[in-house]
Write a protein that binds this ligand. Structure first.
Ligand SMILES: C=CC1=C(C)c2cc3[nH]c(cc4nc(cc5[nH]c(cc1n2)c(C)c5CCC(=O)O)C(CCC(=O)O)=C4C)c(C)c3C=C
Ligand SMILES: [Fe+2]
Ligand SMILES: [Fe+2]
Length: 339
Protein backbone atom coordinates (compact mmCIF):
# COMPACT_ATOMS: atom_id res chain seq x y z
CA UNK A 1 0.00 0.00 0.00
CA UNK A 2 1.14 3.53 -0.70
CA UNK A 3 1.23 6.45 1.69
CA UNK A 4 -1.57 8.85 2.47
CA UNK A 5 -0.84 12.33 1.12
CA UNK A 6 -1.55 15.43 3.18
CA UNK A 7 -1.42 18.86 1.57
CA UNK A 8 -1.36 21.79 4.00
CA UNK A 9 -1.96 25.12 2.26
CA UNK A 10 -1.70 28.67 3.55
CA UNK A 11 -2.26 31.91 1.68
CA UNK A 12 1.26 32.85 0.63
CA UNK A 13 3.81 35.51 1.15
CA UNK A 14 6.42 37.20 -1.04
CA UNK A 15 9.75 35.43 -1.70
CA UNK A 16 11.53 38.46 -0.22
CA UNK A 17 10.50 41.91 1.05
CA UNK A 18 11.99 43.56 -2.06
CA UNK A 19 9.46 45.66 -3.97
CA UNK A 20 9.77 43.50 -7.11
CA UNK A 21 8.95 40.30 -5.16
CA UNK A 22 6.11 41.96 -3.26
CA UNK A 23 4.65 43.20 -6.56
CA UNK A 24 4.93 39.67 -8.02
CA UNK A 25 3.09 38.27 -4.96
CA UNK A 26 0.35 40.91 -5.01
CA UNK A 27 -0.11 40.41 -8.73
CA UNK A 28 -0.64 36.64 -8.43
CA UNK A 29 -2.85 37.06 -5.32
CA UNK A 30 -5.09 39.86 -6.56
CA UNK A 31 -5.46 38.53 -10.13
CA UNK A 32 -7.23 35.52 -8.60
CA UNK A 33 -10.89 35.79 -9.67
CA UNK A 34 -12.00 34.57 -6.24
CA UNK A 35 -10.17 37.46 -4.54
CA UNK A 36 -10.96 40.41 -6.81
CA UNK A 37 -14.20 38.97 -8.15
CA UNK A 38 -14.97 41.46 -10.90
CA UNK A 39 -14.83 40.91 -14.67
CA UNK A 40 -11.32 40.01 -15.92
CA UNK A 41 -10.78 43.24 -17.87
CA UNK A 42 -11.65 45.45 -14.90
CA UNK A 43 -9.60 43.19 -12.59
CA UNK A 44 -6.54 43.49 -14.84
CA UNK A 45 -6.88 47.29 -14.97
CA UNK A 46 -7.36 47.57 -11.21
CA UNK A 47 -4.63 45.15 -10.18
CA UNK A 48 -1.91 45.76 -12.77
CA UNK A 49 -2.72 49.43 -13.38
CA UNK A 50 -3.40 50.69 -9.86
CA UNK A 51 -3.05 48.34 -6.88
CA UNK A 52 0.24 46.57 -7.65
CA UNK A 53 2.17 49.69 -8.77
CA UNK A 54 1.01 51.81 -5.82
CA UNK A 55 0.57 49.26 -3.04
CA UNK A 56 3.72 47.28 -3.93
CA UNK A 57 6.28 49.74 -2.50
CA UNK A 58 4.12 50.44 0.60
CA UNK A 59 3.61 46.74 1.33
CA UNK A 60 7.32 46.07 0.74
CA UNK A 61 8.17 48.58 3.48
CA UNK A 62 5.84 46.74 5.87
CA UNK A 63 7.19 43.32 4.91
CA UNK A 64 10.71 44.61 5.71
CA UNK A 65 9.48 45.36 9.25
CA UNK A 66 8.25 41.82 9.92
CA UNK A 67 10.89 39.88 7.94
CA UNK A 68 13.28 37.71 9.97
CA UNK A 69 16.65 36.11 9.17
CA UNK A 70 14.81 32.89 8.29
CA UNK A 71 12.28 34.72 6.11
CA UNK A 72 8.58 35.53 6.31
CA UNK A 73 6.91 34.46 9.61
CA UNK A 74 3.96 32.89 7.75
CA UNK A 75 6.29 30.57 5.84
CA UNK A 76 8.56 29.81 8.79
CA UNK A 77 5.62 28.72 10.96
CA UNK A 78 4.19 26.77 8.01
CA UNK A 79 7.43 24.81 7.61
CA UNK A 80 7.67 24.15 11.37
CA UNK A 81 4.08 22.89 11.45
CA UNK A 82 4.64 20.70 8.39
CA UNK A 83 7.75 19.08 9.95
CA UNK A 84 6.06 18.57 13.32
CA UNK A 85 2.93 17.02 11.84
CA UNK A 86 4.96 14.79 9.49
CA UNK A 87 6.90 13.47 12.53
CA UNK A 88 3.68 12.95 14.41
CA UNK A 89 1.87 11.09 11.59
CA UNK A 90 4.85 8.85 10.83
CA UNK A 91 5.73 6.54 7.95
CA UNK A 92 2.25 5.98 6.58
CA UNK A 93 1.88 9.63 5.56
CA UNK A 94 3.57 11.99 3.12
CA UNK A 95 3.02 15.64 4.16
CA UNK A 96 3.56 18.63 1.87
CA UNK A 97 3.23 22.35 2.59
CA UNK A 98 2.15 24.76 -0.14
CA UNK A 99 1.19 28.38 -0.47
CA UNK A 100 -1.74 29.42 -2.67
CA UNK A 101 0.40 32.27 -4.02
CA UNK A 102 4.16 32.18 -4.62
CA UNK A 103 6.23 29.44 -3.03
CA UNK A 104 6.26 26.56 -2.27
CA UNK A 105 3.61 26.40 -4.98
CA UNK A 106 0.57 24.12 -5.09
CA UNK A 107 1.57 22.65 -8.52
CA UNK A 108 5.04 21.70 -7.17
CA UNK A 109 3.65 20.22 -3.93
CA UNK A 110 1.07 18.17 -5.87
CA UNK A 111 3.83 16.95 -8.21
CA UNK A 112 5.83 15.77 -5.18
CA UNK A 113 2.77 13.91 -3.87
CA UNK A 114 2.32 12.34 -7.31
CA UNK A 115 6.00 11.29 -7.44
CA UNK A 116 5.58 9.77 -3.95
CA UNK A 117 2.78 7.63 -5.46
CA UNK A 118 0.38 8.43 -2.64
CA UNK A 119 -2.91 6.48 -2.51
CA UNK A 120 -4.90 9.53 -1.46
CA UNK A 121 -4.62 13.27 -0.92
CA UNK A 122 -6.31 15.25 1.83
CA UNK A 123 -6.22 19.01 1.31
CA UNK A 124 -6.16 21.05 4.51
CA UNK A 125 -6.28 24.83 4.05
CA UNK A 126 -4.60 26.62 6.94
CA UNK A 127 -7.70 28.81 7.37
CA UNK A 128 -10.08 27.82 10.19
CA UNK A 129 -13.07 29.55 8.57
CA UNK A 130 -14.22 28.94 4.98
CA UNK A 131 -14.08 31.88 2.58
CA UNK A 132 -14.27 31.69 -1.18
CA UNK A 133 -11.22 33.98 -1.39
CA UNK A 134 -9.05 31.68 0.76
CA UNK A 135 -10.20 28.04 1.13
CA UNK A 136 -12.36 28.17 -2.02
CA UNK A 137 -9.43 29.35 -4.08
CA UNK A 138 -7.12 26.62 -2.73
CA UNK A 139 -9.68 23.92 -3.45
CA UNK A 140 -10.38 25.23 -6.94
CA UNK A 141 -6.70 25.24 -7.93
CA UNK A 142 -6.07 21.73 -6.53
CA UNK A 143 -9.11 20.43 -8.44
CA UNK A 144 -7.97 22.11 -11.67
CA UNK A 145 -4.53 20.52 -11.44
CA UNK A 146 -5.51 17.04 -10.27
CA UNK A 147 -8.32 16.84 -12.83
CA UNK A 148 -5.61 16.76 -15.52
CA UNK A 149 -3.84 13.74 -14.05
CA UNK A 150 -4.20 10.37 -15.74
CA UNK A 151 -4.45 8.52 -12.42
CA UNK A 152 -6.48 10.52 -9.90
CA UNK A 153 -6.09 9.25 -6.32
CA UNK A 154 -8.82 9.43 -3.69
CA UNK A 155 -9.00 13.09 -2.79
CA UNK A 156 -10.74 14.97 0.00
CA UNK A 157 -11.03 18.63 0.97
CA UNK A 158 -11.46 20.02 4.46
CA UNK A 159 -13.88 22.95 4.27
CA UNK A 160 -13.31 24.50 7.71
CA UNK A 161 -12.58 23.80 11.36
CA UNK A 162 -13.79 27.07 12.91
CA UNK A 163 -15.20 25.17 15.92
CA UNK A 164 -12.51 22.56 16.49
CA UNK A 165 -12.29 22.18 20.31
CA UNK A 166 -8.52 21.67 20.30
CA UNK A 167 -7.94 24.79 18.19
CA UNK A 168 -10.37 26.85 20.28
CA UNK A 169 -8.51 25.76 23.41
CA UNK A 170 -5.10 26.87 22.08
CA UNK A 171 -6.44 30.37 21.34
CA UNK A 172 -8.06 30.46 24.78
CA UNK A 173 -4.94 29.19 26.56
CA UNK A 174 -2.77 31.73 24.72
CA UNK A 175 -5.18 34.45 25.90
CA UNK A 176 -5.22 33.23 29.53
CA UNK A 177 -1.52 34.05 29.86
CA UNK A 178 -2.39 37.75 29.59
CA UNK A 179 -5.62 37.87 31.55
CA UNK A 180 -4.22 38.92 34.93
CA UNK A 181 -2.55 41.98 33.32
CA UNK A 182 -5.82 43.91 33.56
CA UNK A 183 -7.57 44.49 30.21
CA UNK A 184 -10.60 46.73 29.74
CA UNK A 185 -11.82 44.84 26.68
CA UNK A 186 -11.07 41.83 24.47
CA UNK A 187 -11.33 42.17 20.69
CA UNK A 188 -11.60 39.36 18.16
CA UNK A 189 -10.27 40.93 14.98
CA UNK A 190 -10.79 38.75 11.88
CA UNK A 191 -9.49 39.37 8.38
CA UNK A 192 -12.45 40.80 6.43
CA UNK A 193 -13.79 40.14 2.95
CA UNK A 194 -16.04 42.35 0.79
CA UNK A 195 -19.77 42.15 1.69
CA UNK A 196 -20.36 41.02 -1.90
CA UNK A 197 -18.55 37.75 -1.02
CA UNK A 198 -20.97 37.18 1.86
CA UNK A 199 -23.98 37.56 -0.42
CA UNK A 200 -22.49 35.10 -2.92
CA UNK A 201 -21.84 32.49 -0.20
CA UNK A 202 -25.43 32.60 1.05
CA UNK A 203 -26.78 29.22 -0.07
CA UNK A 204 -30.38 30.35 0.57
CA UNK A 205 -29.98 33.70 -1.18
CA UNK A 206 -32.20 35.18 1.52
CA UNK A 207 -30.08 35.42 4.62
CA UNK A 208 -26.71 37.17 4.68
CA UNK A 209 -27.04 40.97 4.94
CA UNK A 210 -30.81 40.61 4.49
CA UNK A 211 -31.89 39.38 7.93
CA UNK A 212 -31.10 41.43 11.05
CA UNK A 213 -27.92 40.17 12.77
CA UNK A 214 -27.76 37.66 9.89
CA UNK A 215 -24.43 36.08 10.68
CA UNK A 216 -24.24 36.25 14.45
CA UNK A 217 -25.52 32.70 14.65
CA UNK A 218 -24.70 29.79 12.40
CA UNK A 219 -27.66 28.12 10.66
CA UNK A 220 -28.28 25.84 7.65
CA UNK A 221 -28.71 29.01 5.56
CA UNK A 222 -25.37 30.55 6.37
CA UNK A 223 -23.21 27.51 7.12
CA UNK A 224 -20.67 28.50 4.42
CA UNK A 225 -20.72 32.16 5.44
CA UNK A 226 -17.26 33.30 6.52
CA UNK A 227 -18.75 35.92 8.82
CA UNK A 228 -21.04 33.38 10.54
CA UNK A 229 -18.10 31.00 11.04
CA UNK A 230 -15.97 33.86 12.48
CA UNK A 231 -18.75 34.73 14.95
CA UNK A 232 -18.93 31.10 15.99
CA UNK A 233 -15.15 30.87 16.55
CA UNK A 234 -15.21 34.04 18.69
CA UNK A 235 -18.20 32.80 20.68
CA UNK A 236 -16.54 29.46 21.43
CA UNK A 237 -13.25 31.07 22.53
CA UNK A 238 -15.20 33.52 24.71
CA UNK A 239 -17.13 30.63 26.28
CA UNK A 240 -13.89 28.76 26.98
CA UNK A 241 -12.62 31.92 28.74
CA UNK A 242 -15.91 32.56 30.58
CA UNK A 243 -16.11 36.06 29.10
CA UNK A 244 -19.39 37.88 29.59
CA UNK A 245 -20.94 39.42 26.43
CA UNK A 246 -20.03 42.99 27.43
CA UNK A 247 -16.34 42.07 27.90
CA UNK A 248 -15.60 41.25 24.24
CA UNK A 249 -16.52 42.20 20.70
CA UNK A 250 -15.82 41.10 17.16
CA UNK A 251 -14.54 43.17 14.24
CA UNK A 252 -12.95 42.86 10.80
CA UNK A 253 -9.63 44.24 9.60
CA UNK A 254 -7.58 44.57 6.37
CA UNK A 255 -10.12 46.27 4.11
CA UNK A 256 -8.86 46.91 0.56
CA UNK A 257 -10.56 49.33 -1.86
CA UNK A 258 -13.72 51.39 -1.51
CA UNK A 259 -16.44 48.73 -1.58
CA UNK A 260 -18.11 47.87 1.74
CA UNK A 261 -16.42 44.98 3.58
CA UNK A 262 -17.65 42.95 6.52
CA UNK A 263 -18.43 45.13 9.50
CA UNK A 264 -17.79 46.48 12.05
CA UNK A 265 -14.33 47.56 10.92
CA UNK A 266 -11.58 47.19 13.55
CA UNK A 267 -10.69 50.90 13.24
CA UNK A 268 -14.30 51.93 13.99
CA UNK A 269 -14.49 49.65 17.03
CA UNK A 270 -11.22 51.06 18.37
CA UNK A 271 -12.68 54.56 17.98
CA UNK A 272 -15.86 53.55 19.78
CA UNK A 273 -13.97 51.88 22.63
CA UNK A 274 -11.60 54.82 23.04
CA UNK A 275 -14.65 57.10 23.17
CA UNK A 276 -15.97 55.06 26.10
CA UNK A 277 -12.69 55.54 27.95
CA UNK A 278 -11.27 52.08 27.27
CA UNK A 279 -7.49 52.17 27.66
CA UNK A 280 -6.15 48.62 27.38
CA UNK A 281 -7.28 46.10 24.77
CA UNK A 282 -6.28 42.49 24.25
CA UNK A 283 -6.64 41.37 20.62
CA UNK A 284 -7.04 37.86 19.21
CA UNK A 285 -6.93 37.14 15.47
CA UNK A 286 -8.41 33.67 15.04
CA UNK A 287 -8.67 33.81 11.23
CA UNK A 288 -4.92 33.26 11.13
CA UNK A 289 -3.25 30.06 12.28
CA UNK A 290 0.11 31.84 12.26
CA UNK A 291 1.30 35.32 13.03
CA UNK A 292 1.95 37.22 9.83
CA UNK A 293 1.93 40.72 8.41
CA UNK A 294 -1.73 41.13 9.37
CA UNK A 295 -1.11 40.49 13.05
CA UNK A 296 2.51 41.49 13.64
CA UNK A 297 2.20 44.80 11.82
CA UNK A 298 -1.46 45.68 11.43
CA UNK A 299 -2.47 44.89 15.01
CA UNK A 300 0.73 45.44 16.96
CA UNK A 301 1.85 48.56 15.14
CA UNK A 302 -0.89 50.23 13.07
CA UNK A 303 -3.80 49.69 15.48
CA UNK A 304 -1.54 50.44 18.48
CA UNK A 305 -0.68 53.80 16.88
CA UNK A 306 -4.32 54.52 15.92
CA UNK A 307 -5.53 53.67 19.44
CA UNK A 308 -2.91 55.87 21.11
CA UNK A 309 -3.95 58.80 18.91
CA UNK A 310 -7.53 58.25 20.15
CA UNK A 311 -6.40 58.39 23.78
CA UNK A 312 -5.99 54.66 24.36
CA UNK A 313 -2.89 53.08 25.84
CA UNK A 314 -2.24 49.53 24.79
CA UNK A 315 -3.29 47.13 22.04
CA UNK A 316 -1.80 43.77 22.97
CA UNK A 317 -1.79 40.99 20.36
CA UNK A 318 -2.35 37.44 21.62
CA UNK A 319 0.00 35.22 19.65
CA UNK A 320 -1.54 32.88 17.09
CA UNK A 321 -1.34 29.07 16.98
CA UNK A 322 2.05 29.27 15.24
CA UNK A 323 4.02 26.06 15.97
CA UNK A 324 2.54 25.51 19.42
CA UNK A 325 2.59 21.72 20.19
CA UNK A 326 -1.06 21.91 21.28
CA UNK A 327 -1.92 23.21 17.78
CA UNK A 328 -0.05 20.24 16.28
CA UNK A 329 -2.28 17.98 18.46
CA UNK A 330 -5.40 19.75 17.14
CA UNK A 331 -4.18 19.62 13.53
CA UNK A 332 -3.44 15.91 13.87
CA UNK A 333 -7.04 15.42 15.01
CA UNK A 334 -8.33 17.50 12.07
CA UNK A 335 -6.25 15.42 9.64
CA UNK A 336 -7.36 12.10 11.09
CA UNK A 337 -11.01 12.87 11.72
CA UNK A 338 -12.31 15.66 9.45
CA UNK A 339 -14.04 14.60 6.24
C1 LIG B 1 -7.67 34.45 6.74
C2 LIG B 1 -7.89 34.30 5.46
C3 LIG B 1 -7.79 35.38 4.47
C4 LIG B 1 -8.82 35.88 3.69
C5 LIG B 1 -10.25 35.43 3.66
C6 LIG B 1 -8.24 36.94 2.90
C7 LIG B 1 -8.96 37.71 1.99
C8 LIG B 1 -8.46 38.81 1.30
N1 LIG B 1 -7.22 39.41 1.44
C9 LIG B 1 -7.10 40.47 0.58
C10 LIG B 1 -5.97 41.32 0.45
C11 LIG B 1 -4.73 41.15 1.09
N2 LIG B 1 -4.44 40.27 2.10
C12 LIG B 1 -3.10 40.34 2.39
C13 LIG B 1 -2.41 39.59 3.32
C14 LIG B 1 -2.88 38.44 3.95
N3 LIG B 1 -4.15 37.92 3.87
C15 LIG B 1 -4.23 36.74 4.59
C16 LIG B 1 -5.34 35.93 4.76
C17 LIG B 1 -6.59 36.13 4.16
N4 LIG B 1 -6.91 37.05 3.20
C18 LIG B 1 -2.93 36.53 5.17
C19 LIG B 1 -2.56 35.33 6.03
C20 LIG B 1 -2.11 37.57 4.79
C21 LIG B 1 -0.67 37.84 5.26
C22 LIG B 1 0.40 37.27 4.36
C23 LIG B 1 1.80 37.47 4.88
O1 LIG B 1 2.70 37.42 4.02
O2 LIG B 1 2.09 37.67 6.05
C24 LIG B 1 -2.50 41.34 1.55
C25 LIG B 1 -1.00 41.66 1.48
C26 LIG B 1 -0.51 42.60 2.44
C27 LIG B 1 -0.91 43.99 2.15
O3 LIG B 1 -0.47 44.57 1.16
O4 LIG B 1 -1.75 44.51 2.91
C28 LIG B 1 -3.51 41.87 0.74
C29 LIG B 1 -3.37 42.92 -0.31
C30 LIG B 1 -8.30 40.55 -0.14
C31 LIG B 1 -8.57 41.59 -1.23
C32 LIG B 1 -9.16 39.53 0.31
C33 LIG B 1 -10.53 39.15 -0.09
C34 LIG B 1 -11.18 39.58 -1.11
FE1 LIG C 1 -5.77 38.88 2.92
FE1 LIG D 1 -23.66 35.48 6.46
Amino acid sequence: MGKKGILLVNLGTPDSPKTADVRKYLDEFLMDGRVIDVNPVLRTLLVKGIIVPFRGPKSAKIYKEIWTEQGSPLLIYGKNVKNAIADRLGEDYHVELAMRYQSPSIPDALERLKQAKVDSIKVIPLFPQYASASTGSVHQLVMEIVSQWQAIPSISFVNSYYDHPGMIKVFADNTRKYLDEGWDHILFSFHGVPQRHMRKADVSGEHCLKVKDCCKTLTENNKFCYSAQCHQTAKLIAEELNLSDDKYSLCFQSRLGNDPWMQPYTSDVLKELAGKGVKRILVLCPAFVADCLETLFEISFEYQEEFEELGGEKVQLVESLNDNPAWIDALEDIILNKN
